[in-house]
Design a protein around this ligand. Structure first.
Ligand code: FDA
Length: 315
């Protein structure tokens, strides 16, 4: 890989785990400008303003209340409450449910990592949110975190899908297991968001070369497009975006039976270009006070984003 992949990215991800670095960066007022490029705000009102703007432009949205890795049960409860308030707001953004509003959530924000009964608590919390969303006509997709959480997450998603089959989840092309997971979920008709993966993973479980990840992304995408489910093609990579359109044609998929997805603030023109060309495009909008981990992953995955960060620090 490049120097960025082998040296810088691991350093950034390692630094993100340091409490000292986190506190220092929270004190830099200049960070605000960098954060705002990727996160529209810390409040629900700011998130809803961003939602309104995307919907007005003909894009669909998925909204993430930022948070992860909680080891505190009351924090997990607070996350559930935040999602319930978010769902109420989202349900009023559209007069009739048309699939254009969705929430994304992380199971470690709902208690998956709690030392006792973490999986049970996370599932109960997730079920509370999924049930409320179902009643309000809002979709739910469960985000993918690091590889140690995949088995527990997929078990919870299978269980939620027994009652709420529209519950989606994310699969990461960087993981060696993902082709098999795609086959399983494509066969069961699931909504699957395919991304490359944003976590630094060991070679035992993950592809480490960019090229290998891209090849696996294409294999997984083919499996999803050929399958019975609803593929959500989450990438900013022009090669993957073109491949999605070609594969959708190959398997006779009409518009509306799959979609493109991109992150808030990234390739905004391309998001609108695809929508104008008749494709369904959904924007992932994160909000909340706990933006630190999210921001670090955005900076780590792309040298140009890091440059933006460094320029903002200098300016
Ligand atoms: P990648 O970063 O490999 O870039 C490939 C090419 O895309 C670049 O060479 C460039 O051409 C173009 N490009 C990328 N960024 C650009 C920019 N800012 N401006 C212009 N061109 C740009 N990860 C995870 O582990 N768990 C999850 O749950 C999710 N969820 C998720 C949801 C959604 C909707 C998206 C879009 C992504 C995620 N991710 C994620 C993140 C994902 O795993 C990945 O880290 C990023 O999307 C970056 O990978 P890309 O596929 O975008 O391309």
């Amino acid at each position: 890989g490049t120097v960025f992949d082998t040296v810088l990215r691991p350093a950034i991800v390692a630094a993100s785990r340091s409490e000292r670095v986190k506190v220092a960066s929270e004190r830099w007022p200049v960070t605000e400008r960098v954060v705002r490029r990727f996160v529209p705000g810390e409040s629900l009102a700011e998130a809803m303003a961003a939602v309104g703007a995307e919907l007005a432009d003909g894009l669909a949205v998925t909204v993430d209340f930022l948070g992860e890795d909680t080891l505190d049960e009351s924090q997990a409860d607070a996350t559930v409450s935040a999602y319930l308030a978010l769902l109420e707001s989202l349900s009023t953004a559209r007069s009739t449910p048309d699939g254009s509003v969705e929430v994304s959530m992380k199971l470690t924000a709902l208690g998956l990592g709690l030392p006792e009964h973490g999986a049970k608590i996370a599932e109960e919390n997730a079920r509370t949110i999924v049930e409320a969303a179902d009643g309000l006509g809002v979709l739910v997709t469960v985000d993918a975190e690091n590889h140690t959480t995949v088995d527990r997450r997929l078990a919870i998603v299978r269980s939620l899908r027994d009652d709420f089959p529209d519950t989606g989840t994310v699969l990461q092309a960087c993981l060696r297991r993902t082709e098999d997971d795609c086959a399983e979920f494509a066969a069961s008709g699931a909504r699957i968001r395919l991304c490359k993966g944003a976590y630094a993973e060991p070679a035992a479980v993950a592809f480490t070369e960019r090229r290998q990840v891209d090849d696996n992304y294409l294999r997984c995408l083919r499996t999803l497009m050929r399958g019975r489910g609803y593929p959500m093609v989450a990438t900013h990579d022009p090669t993957m975006i073109d491949a999605a359109t070609i594969l959708a044609d190959e398997f006779g998929r009409a518009p509306g039976t799959w979609e493109h997805q991109m992150l808030y603030g990234i390739r905004v023109d391309e998001q609108r270009r695809l929508a104008a060309a008749g494709a369904r495009v959904r924007v992932y909008i994160p909000y909340g006070e706990q933006w630190y981990g999210y921001l670090v992953r955005r900076l780590a995955e792309r040298p140009a984003n890091l440059g933006f960060f460094l320029r903002a620090l200098a300016g």
